[in-house]
Design a protein around this ligand. Structure first.
Ligand code: ZN
Length: 290
């Protein structure tokens, strides 16, 4: 049975474990604080690889940033990770097979191989949190594009220069309305300057009319985006993950999307995995290539 060491690299924590070809975590997940410099991160990788070297067939990394089509290098900015981290030459860390993949793509692959989208060949996973991340699987392959950056959820969803997107600079972009941050910005316009997503959710639970409207508008932006994705990609399933996914009215959203798309009906459901999805997906991607 093939086994790989898999890392999930975040701005505050790096997690790792050893995962087998059936997607089973055969070692407890270890979490450590992310070192504050790129050299420290590299040294951590080398130390952990050395500790596990005799038990593994390869090393996988789930990371922020776009990753090249060879799965060896990061090709973009990596947010709150230390300067220089995105220059890491992952394949130089060990003589075993190595694979690096973007964290949203990795999480999507976890849902596709072991989670909520098992058995479907065409799947879109949207991670709705601070932003909207995505992983798109078409005909059983991860959609990477020419530079590994495919699946950026930045496209116009409204008009009238209502809101400038912090991610892409364009106005009225899907991410700037449909993310958790988008919900918060919408809430602050009508519920007060300090309103949070929590205020919207708790307001909805108390049947507050303003909160219910803010939530309904946010969900409608999500629906609009998913109609576009349904028409363009014709997926069997759209899987929703991230901190906001638990609040979505799945039945209502699925019905609304299916009443507007030109393609055959699709399913919309919550993700199976939250934590460790990136680690699992990156491991499964590497195991598929061993
Ligand atoms: Zn944008």
């Amino acid at each position: 049975m093939k086994k790989v060491l898999s890392f999930d690299i975040g701005g505050t924590k790096i997690a790792y474990s050893v995962i087998d070809e059936q997607g089973v975590f055969i070692k407890d997940v270890v979490k450590v604080s992310t070192p504050d410099n790129a050299e420290g991160i590299k040294n951590l990788f080398i130390k952990v690889i050395k500790e596990n070297y005799n038990d593994i067939d390869g090393v996988a990394f789930s990371t922020a940033g776009a990753v090249n089509n060879e799965g060896t290098r990061i090709t973009s900015f990596t947010g709150n990770l230390p300067e220089g981290y995105n220059q890491t030459d992952f394949s130089s860390l060990t003589d075993k097979p190595v694979l690096v993949e973007n964290d949203a793509n990795s999480a999507a692959w976890a849902e596709y191989t072991c989670g909520a989208a098992q058995g479907s060949k065409n799947v879109i996973v949207l991670a709705i949190g601070t932003g909207v991340g995505s992983g798109i699987i078409i005909n059983g392959s991860l959609l990477k594009g020419k530079s590994g950056a495919a699946g950026e959820m930045h496209f116009p969803i409204d008009s009238g220069h209502k809101r400038q997107c912090k991610g892409c600079g364009q106005y009225d972009c899907f991410e700037s309305f449909a993310s958790g941050t988008g919900l918060m910005v919408s809430a602050q316009k009508v519920m007060g300057a300090n309103a949070t997503t929590y205020d919207v959710i708790s307001g909805c639970q108390k049947a507050d009319a303003v909160a219910l409207q803010v939530f309904a508008d946010w969900q409608n932006y999500l629906i609009k985006g998913m109609i576009m994705l349904g028409n363009v990609f014709d997926p069997e399933k759209i899987v929703l993950s991230g901190s906001m996914a638990q609040f979505i009215e799945y039945e209502k959203v699925e019905k609304a999307v299916n009443s507007s798309i030109l393609t055959q009906p699709l399913k919309i459901c919550p993700a199976k995995f939250e934590n460790n999805a990136g680690m699992l997906g990156a491991a499964m991607l590497l195991i598929g290539k061993l």
